[in-house]
Design a protein around this ligand. Structure first.
Ligand SMILES: [Zn+2]
Length: 73
């Protein structure tokens, strides 16, 4: 486990070993962490420009699972 900070909202998050982001961040594939909520809003902005169906996005977010939102107060 380690702590990181969302680059957008600046809140701290704890990434567990089971989090799919853990490997990415640990091995520096991804230098910056973006939390679920900021990611969600970014994707919503993407919907406006790309025309992705919001229902598809809901399915995607539920696939990400609870571990993704651990650390949010
Ligand atoms: Zn955030």
């Amino acid at each position: 486990m380690f702590d990181t900070t969302c680059m957008i909202c600046r809140k701290g998050f704890t990434i567990s070993n089971s989090d799919y982001l853990y490997q990415k961040i640990k091995y520096c594939e991804s230098k910056y962490y973006i939390c679920k909520w900021c990611n969600f809003f970014l994707q919503r902005d993407a919907i406006k420009t790309t025309g992705i169906d919001p229902d598809e996005l809901d399915g995607l977010i539920s696939l990400l699972g609870d571990s993704y939102i651990r650390g949010i107060p």
